[in-house]
Write a protein that binds this ligand. Sequence first.
Ligand code: TPP
Length: 621
Amino acid sequence: MTTYPLLDTINHPARLRELTVEQLPVLAEELRRFLIESVAQTGGHLSSNLGTVELTLALHYVYNTPEDRLVWDVGHQTYAHKILTGRREGMARLRSHGGVSGFPKRSESEFDTFGVGHSSTSISAALGMAQATRLKGENRHTVAIIGDGAMSAGQAFEALNNAGVADANMLVILNDNDMSISPPVGALHKHLARILSGSAFNAARKAGEKMLSVSPSLLEFANRVEGHVKGLLSPGTLFEELGFNYIGPIDGHDLDALIPTLQNLQKLPGPQFLHVITKKGQGYKLAEADPVRYHGVSKFQPDLGLDGEKPGDRPSYTQIFGDWLCDMAATDDRLVAITPAMGEGSGMMRFAERFPTRYFDVGIAEQHAVTFAAGLACEGLRPVLAIYSTFLQRGYDQLLHDVALQNLPVVFALDRGGLVGADGPTHHGTFDLSYITCIPNMVLMTPADENECRQMLTTAFRHDGPAAVRYPRGAGMGVKPEKTLGALPVGKGEIRRQGRRVALLAFGAMLAPALAAAEELDATVANMRFVKPIDCELILQLAAEHSLLVSVEENVLIGGAGAEVARVLEDGGSTVNFVRIGLPDRFIDHGDQALLLAETGLDKNGILQKVHSCLKPQDKP
Ligand SMILES: Cc1ncc(C[n+]2csc(CCOP(=O)(O)OP(=O)(O)O)c2C)c(N)n1
């Protein structure tokens, strides 16, 4: 007997649309159960997906997908969408190499209308699609689905601001679960909370909602009445002022409310805004009780939950950073720490507890986070901005124009540098060495081990200008950090192994495979430490003493650390045989971190192969 009798029959939303409304709650129950069992076997995002089961069902039921466009924000909540759009079997290999992506991806399915992974893009993209539809004289619906966390970013408001006057036919659904990854922050959150707590409003809304959901003919009347009372009553004024027709809030788990409301909204022209309330982790008690912990999970047993997890035997770089942050803050009260909504992921929770007044979670707002840090630095504080490498891409002009140009002492703790694994190309931190190296005034360090990471953070903190420490996802080589807070000489690398003929110039985590390869090659290995300022003296010395120089970095080759080495060799007039190992000029898919490193030649074997192919016959051992 099959466990999912109804879900088994749905391999396309067209089939879903043949069901009666009465069958949908049964399907929702099966879908939720399937989700829990599937994510338990693969790992992935859990809480957000459980919270959007009914919303996803209702959207595919009401809208004619894929002809109508659903544009998901962040995309971490699209597992139900994937299951209903023909990818249910693929869920067994979710986030594995060659398997289904953890995010919407245009090349994966025609139902994935917009590729995503970084937040707050959905309204912009949906508006573009809606305008294109109009220009082409086509007739379809466009819906953006965005969480309350993602709504806190500037881009979401830029898009709302534009959509309101563009008079585009589009619907924005605010999926409000009163959570980002962590509890939400900021004035928007307070505004949304007020909407929910206004009892007069709720009573009025309940009646209005019923009207709206049952009788399209009453809708116009309701709209007109609303227009009059909204200024006094409506908490949706913010969105109304931006030119949207605000409807809600409605219960996002109640299919009887969702479906008729969406059906009615379909008939309304112009920018529509539907506020839906959901619960993160809905239907799985453990996730409901601790949605933060169950936001992103590794494999688990559904009956035990994450309690069965064992901690890793080596601390992650994130933990090394978190410990350093507390230790440094205890010695220097100018230290303040900033996160754009990634306090847990960046290892800052102990700091937040110990130094609450010096901890700033600014919401999903990377651009603001960088300029905010600049402002703090202007007043003599020493801001440490913990930010994933991939998300600093969002704050690039702020890094250049607000921090570096003014030479402000901001420490960038760049987590998840290099290939991150299962999250894939939207999240790989493989561009930072290129995009930071070209900025004047920046100091850029790549630790090879845990202790060096701690030393580099101290170096950055003591440096009188902007400095970034870029460290990888996961654990390091297992080098225990010293308790003391020692700094390193700026711009100096070190020789870690003396060999002959070949010199490997390793940046950051690439030291480990370089050392392993060097044993077989009897090569010299330099731990370069600094990408900027790069150690010119060391490079030219190695060039003079060896016949082949090889740089190794976990970054795109274009504009990266190896490109810096090439510049130094050229400027120094060296004609040494030099090759670079790094990432090719293409986006790297999702998959296991070690597997991706091996596939791109960033492991011992890859280094050996490259060296053998480049050694001139006279230099071979
Ligand atoms: C630009 C950017 N910054 C940070 C993140 C990391 N991130 C992924 S999901 C998430 C929380 C999103 O909250 P919300 O939109 O409310 O969705 P929920 O998880 O609550 O369903 C964050 C901060 C991201 N994906 N993109």
